[in-house]
Write a protein that binds this ligand. Structure first.
Ligand code: KG4
Ligand code: ZN
Length: 360
């Protein structure tokens, strides 16, 4: 059973062909990073225009790499949202046209469920694991999202933690901008951090848990620990360090950049891991998953592995290969397969992109 999936929610044009929701026959990603780097972030208008240019060549390459014919595709799938509206329009319209032309069903997918289902691709399961089992908790961290999601079964999502301001990837990108490291920030911060001292600057481990209150009897009541995130305070703290280090027009040295990168990375990843462990303790899942662009960060993966190994209850831990952490269409094919299994198809005439689509 072959699904041809399309992902164009931000600045990557991607088409994949996935068999049975797990075997990647092809996954082609055309990155626009070079174009947007000069602006220090994604320019929506530029992204939409690039998708228009790239969609047909990427589609053609995906079919060729999979060594198949478009006639043998059973279902078409596409990211409906959330994302940049101009970018989404290109993918959604391409998928609608393909489904109409080839008289095949169309499945629409939420971008975050795509990220979660990246963990079902067998390409990631080479470590000998079986696919994730339920219930599960997934930390989805990307440029647009920082969520902890609880799933009792397939396609059932409960958002149990979210960010009050920036997403984790956004914080990485903004810190990289402060350090003149270009866009996207995550990979380069992680590289520079290898040469730095993560303990040189003490940055705030921002915690949104409320202060203890007194009950009627006057006893202190500890509030429930928060699973939500906030990265704006951490970002401001990094900005203060940069300002201090560049006082009197001094330039940041390579060593400064490495130390700030390492201290920021350590703190951001500790915040993410702390809340994930809180979620595991509260929801007692069988599997724990990472997903999204920031899940490609090896320091984060190591920290989560270490923290999970210290827990009393044993859980299975999954994270996608780096190419399936950042935006790609194969993850959309994996999620679409679950919709196909329950006949959850989209109405060809009615499907429209939704830039602020909710995960329900
Ligand atoms: O999932 P993704 O490709 O796009 C969105 O859905 O937003 O994630 C992109 C984000 C960017 O903010 C990028 O800086 C971050 O993921 N990222 C990383 C790493 N690779 C990508 N963050 C930290 N470490 C990395 N190795
Ligand atoms: Zn994404």
């Amino acid at each position: 059973m072959k699904i041809l999936s399309i992902e164009t929610s931000c600045d990557d044009t991607s088409v994949a062909i996935v068999e049975d929701g797990k075997n990647v026959l092809s996954s082609v990603v055309s990155s626009q990073t070079k174009l947007h780097t000069v602006y220090g972030g994604v320019v929506p208008e530029v992204a939409a225009r690039e998708h228009i240019k790239n969609i047909i060549p990427v589609l053609t390459e995906a079919i060729k790499t999979a060594d198949t014919r478009i006639e043998s595709v059973d279902v078409f799938a596409v990211t409906q949202g959330p994302g940049l509206i101009g970018s989404l329009i290109v993918g959604v319209n391409a998928a609608r046209c393909l489904a109409l032309l080839h008289k095949k069903p169309l499945v629409s997918v939420h971008h975050i469920e795509g990220h979660i289902y990246a963990n079902w691709l067998t390409d990631n399961l080479a470590r000998g694991h079986n696919p994730p089992t339920f219930p599960l908790v997934c930390l989805t961290v990307s440029g647009g999202h920082s969520n902890i999601i609880y799933m009792k079964s397939h396609l059932e999502y409960q958002v149990i933690g979210e960010t009050h301001d920036d997403a984790a990837g956004e914080a990485y990108d903004k810190v990289a901008k402060m350090l003149n490291l270009g866009y996207p920030g995550g990979p380069v911060i992680s590289k520079r951090a290898e040469q730095g001292d993560p303990n040189l600057y003490s940055l705030p481990l921002v915690d949104l848990t409320k202060k203890p209150t007194r009950n009627e009897a006057g006893f202190l009541v500890r509030p429930e620990e928060s699973l939500d995130f906030s990265f704006s305070g951490l970002k401001t703290a990094v900005l203060n360090v940069v300002k201090q280090s560049t006082i009197d027009n001094r330039q940041l040295s390579d060593k400064d950049v490495a130390n700030i990168s390492a201290s920021f990375q350590k703190t951001a990843n500790e915040i993410l891991t702390r809340n994930l462990i809180r979620a595991i303790n509260k929801y007692k899942p069988r599997s724990v998953l990472l997903s999204g662009g920031v899940a490609a960060n090896s320091n984060l993966r190591q920290l989560v592995i270490k923290s999970i190994s210290e827990l009393d209850d044993k859980v299975f831990f999954y994270y996608p290969k780096p190419i399936y952490c950042t935006d790609n269409a194969a993850m959309v094919g994996a999620a679409a397969y679950q919709h196909y299994l329950v006949n959850n198809f989209s109405n060809l005439n009615k499907l429209v992109p939704d830039s602020s689509l909710k995960l329900t």
